[in-house]
Design a protein around this ligand. Structure first.
Ligand SMILES: NC(=O)c1ccc[n+]([C@@H]2O[C@H](COP(=O)([O-])OP(=O)(O)OC[C@H]3O[C@@H](n4cnc5c(N)ncnc54)[C@H](OP(=O)(O)O)[C@@H]3O)[C@@H](O)[C@H]2O)c1
Length: 270
């Protein structure tokens, strides 16, 4: 799986199609979508057209989608997955994730088990989760004997998730950072802008480089071709230990942008 993927949340309709076409042209090979993004058709169409144009082959691509909360549970997961596959126009996805654990509903073990069955049928190459935390990871691993390959979680400057990353490292799970740019809001901190100036890079490149040096995969989203290129171009320089530590220290004044997975989506809400 390429460490830098392309996030597609908030990209819809024609904009989603052209963003994915352009992302493939500039070199992205890893795409992140979900049923709830309501863009699987456009993402799939852009992939199909790029393959038909000879820009890329299916085997070069790593495509992730996710089952939404209202489709958790045996039976519903399978149904949601077939709809995603049809919308994407693919014969298999490289990774399928349980989007949120939703502990109040208590269906995450059953849902992860359903993903594993789909993997057995060959329509899913790898099974993963998003927004899981150690207690629920322990539970799904103990109940199924299967360790998810990835946990995709909120992670950006100001919210570096040190404990969760350590848990992932100990269990061989890839930490994938969602909102790696803090939706653009994490980029103004002097700890980032000063390093950007020093190295002649942009704040976004510094944030993404910091994440990959922490050992994370990242899925930045951009509708702009030049920003897509910028966000992919993070492997020609390195941050020093001091620069890394200064960015990690932003945790002291940062925090989550979105709700904790312990609370979202909460009680009995579909
Ligand atoms: N599993 C989950 O629960 C979950 C939750 C949230 C997100 N995600 C995934 O993570 C992906 C990324 O997260 P995100 O979309 O929330 O936020 P993000 O990637 O951190 O930030 C995207 C925002 O930053 C701007 N941006 C992009 N590149 C930039 C650059 N080089 N310089 C300055 N600004 C830049 C974008 O604007 P432009 O488009 O105008 O460039 C957009 O407003 C999502 O698309 C989705 O695939 C997963």
């Amino acid at each position: 799986m390429p460490a830098v993927g392309f996030g597609t949340w908030n990209l819809n309709g024609e904009e989603a199609y052209s963003a994915v076409r352009s992302a493939i042209e500039v070199g992205y090979r890893h795409f992140d979508t979900a049923t709830i993004y309501r863009n699987e058709q456009e993402v799939g169409c852009a992939i199909a057209d790029a393959i038909a144009a000879g820009d890329v082959t299916r085997e070069e691509l790593f495509v992730t989608t996710k089952v939404w909360n209202n489709s958790q549970g045996e039976g519903k997961v399978q149904e949601a997955f077939q709809a995603s596959l049809a919308d994407l126009g693919l014969e298999f996805v490289d990774c399928y994730m349980v989007h949120w654990p939703w502990p109040q509903r208590g269906l995450y073990v059953e849902s992860f088990q359903a993903l594993a069955k789909l993997q057995g049928l060959g329509q899913v190459r790898s099974v993963a989760v998003a927004n899981f935390y150690p207690e629920v990871l322990d539970e799904i691993i103990a109940a199924t004997g299967i360790t998810p390959v990835i946990n995709q979680v909120e992670l950006h400057p100001g919210f570096s998730q040190a404990e969760l990353r350590a848990y992932h490292r100990a269990h061989g799970i890839v930490t994938e950072a969602w909102s790696p740019l803090g939706r653009g809001e994490a980029l103004d901190a002097p700890a980032i802008t000063s390093v950007a100036k020093e190295l002649g890079k942009t704040p976004a490149q510094i944030a993404l480089r910091w994440l990959t040096q922490l050992g994370c995969s990242v899925v930045p989203k951009s509708a702009s071709r030049s920003r897509q290129e910028e966000n992919l171009d993070i492997f020609s320089f390195e941050l020093s230990e001091k620069q890394m530590d200064a960015i990690t220290a932003l945790d002291a004044t940062g925090g989550r942008l979105f709700k904790s997975p312990l609370e979202f989506p909460g009680e009995l809400k579909d």
